[in-house]
Write a protein that binds this ligand. Sequence first.
Ligand SMILES: [Zn+2]
Length: 132
Amino acid sequence: MAEFIRDLLQRWFYNRRTNAHEMSTYLTTFADEHIKDRTKTAHRCEIHPIHFNTFKVDNKWKETTVDLDKRSCSCRQWDLDELLCSYAMAVASIAMEETNLLGRPKKLRIPSVGEKRKLQSCSKCGKKDTIK
Ligand SMILES: [Zn+2]
């Protein structure tokens, strides 16, 4: 009997560990499937900005208000299960696109007209303009 229980537990833990190793996100399988379903619905939404972080989101069936500052949506699904609803995902995807469009900040400031750029010297060889 003890051997049976030990064997059963060993198989359970092996299967759980194998499944956990194959997961691609930090979310549970339940949450991951919900997010995938909501992402499909989010692509069909129309987004109309109301304020800086407040949006009216509209699809064929429902019209909601998403407030990113308060982390809430008028459909209340985001508040209940703390996973982004499809409306909030639509707004988040737009916000992510805008962030990507802005891109990475430039390393060097563009000099003004008439302003000369200072040449920096290398700390190893002492030559100017050899910094990599
Ligand atoms: Zn919602």
